[in-house]
Design a protein around this ligand. Structure first.
Ligand SMILES: *Cc1c(COP(=O)(O)O)cnc(C)c1O
Length: 432
């Protein structure tokens, strides 16, 4: 099934036809669907917390069983010894971000990993100290950036340059980022961007930004919270220096689940690169000799601090197996159709989608500029529309009392669900 916006039709029968032809339709049965008003909810909130795969419980139970029967010996025996538990994630995560397996590792949480990466890669000097980031970055990223700057004894207001919102539009023009990189080139140390913005759903085109950053002799890092498992990426080929992510959004690994990081091999292989160190970052060959000298593993593993939180990582493993089976290419292909269909229906059914009407899609329309999310700014009473949707059994989210984010997740959402949602939006549009 090839994606073609022109071929969408505004009918329930057509939506049903798309569901029937969907090659990923069986995956919905592999997830638990939460209940709302005694009915299965229509869940469009996978960008905030992905649903629980049915195989998660069993895979966690396997590790509980190993712990019960093996005790400490589970570190080195059993079907999947805990001492090397993190290794199997490399081949599951690397295709999702376009990296080599040794450039990625599952560990910690997103914000922790961001701090670690900033400690290694933000090295301000008297001349080069500035950081470029996007306006409307996520709060935790801003706190991490500002506190790291302050830890260097610098003033965040003088160091951090925010791009975007100049024109009042919500979406960022990549050319503005590139211009800022050139303008601040002499004093620029670091660029930190969300690959997909949590608020607008915009997916940035990063290759030219990475090239401009490196031409300014600076480092580029990415937050992939809303990108991993959602949009296609080629971090290695783009030359991105580092990236961090969490796994409880599109990756369905459970609340607060273990995050991950990517470090380009040109840095990861550099064992002289200074970093906050812990025993799990030590070369595995002689990690347990417990000597004083720290010899980092010459790959992303060299940034690990602690031994793997196996129970949390078991849930991560369960969820990633679904991505491996479905393939990220098929997930993205369906995602583009599903969100494309959502946009088509809103534009077709909710006519006059402009100032006269009360709803505006702020997510970019071109498919390469977004993933599985449309952010809808509601000019009149966002809270009311949110309540109407919620009472009708839809799970979406409301930001700043005016932006409703709708995220159809390809592994468990379908075209009829999208059709039903827009039917309700249409009714609301008639009311106001
Ligand atoms: C979800 C999200 C986070 C969450 O950070 P945690 O450390 O996992 O709590 C951070 N940044 C962005 C952009 C996010 O979307």
């Amino acid at each position: 099934m090839e994606f073609n916006k022109q071929h969408f039709e505004n009918s329930l029968a057509f939506a049903q036809q798309l569901d029937d032809a969907d090659e990923l339709k069986e995956y919905k049965n592999q997830f638990y669907i939460p209940q709302k008003n005694g009915q299965p909810a229509i869940y469009f909130c996978g960008n905030s917390l992905g649903l629980q795969p049915k195989n998660t419980k069993q895979i966690i139970e396997n590790e509980l069983e190993n712990w019960a029967t093996l005790g400490v010996e589970g570190h080195f025996s059993g079907s999947d010894p805990w001492a090397t538990y993190h290794v199997k994630f490399k081949h599951l995560l690397s295709p999702l971000v376009g990296a080599l397996p040794h450039e990625v590792v599952a560990m910690n949480s997103l914000t922790t990993n961001l701090h670690l990466m900033l400690q290694t890669f933000y090295k301000p000097t008297a001349k080069k100290f500035k950081i470029i980031t996007e306006f409307r970055n996520f709060s935790s990223d801003i706190y991490a950036l500002r506190s790291q700057v302050a830890l260097h004894g610098l003033n965040p207001d003088e160091v951090i340059v925010e791009i975007g919102n100049k024109t009042g539009t919500e979406v960022i023009d990549e050319q503005d980022i590139i211009k800022a990189i050139k303008n601040h080139g002499d004093s620029l140390a670091l660029v930190l961007l969300s690959s997909v913005n949590y608020y607008t759903g915009q997916s940035l085109q990063l290759q030219a930004i990475a090239t401009a950053t490196h031409a300014a002799n600076a480092v580029i890092g990415l937050d992939l919270a809303h990108a991993i498992g959602n949009v296609g990426m080629q971090l290695h080929d783009w030359g991105i220096d580092f990236a961090v992510w969490c796994s409880y959004k599109y990756l369905n690994s459970g609340p607060g689940a273990v995050g991950g990081l990517y470090v380009h091999e040109r840095h990861a292989a550099n064992t002289n690169l200074l970093r906050p160190a812990g025993w799990w970052g030590h070369r595995p060959e002689n990690r347990f000799q417990m000597h004083k000298e720290f010899y980092p593993s010459p790959d992303a593993d060299g940034f690990q601090l602690s031994n793997a939180p196996v129970l949390s990582m078991a849930a991560h493993f369960a969820a990633l197996q679904l991505f491996q089976a479905a393939t990220i290419a098929a997930v993205i292909n369906k995602s583009q159709m599903l969100t494309g269909f959502l946009e088509f229906l809103i534009r077709t059914k909710c006519t006059n989608i402009d100032a006269a009407f009360q709803i505006e899609i702020i997510t970019p329309s071109p498919i390469h500029q977004r993933g599985a999310q449309l952010s809808i700014a509601v000019k009149y009473d966002g809270k009311k529309l949110f309540t109407i949707l919620s009472e009708a059994g839809f799970v979406v989210d409301l930001r700043a009392e005016k932006v409703i984010r709708i995220s159809p997740a390809p592994l468990y959402n379908g075209f009829v669900e999208v059709f039903r949602l827009v039917d309700l939006l249409k009714e609301y549009a008639r009311l106001v």
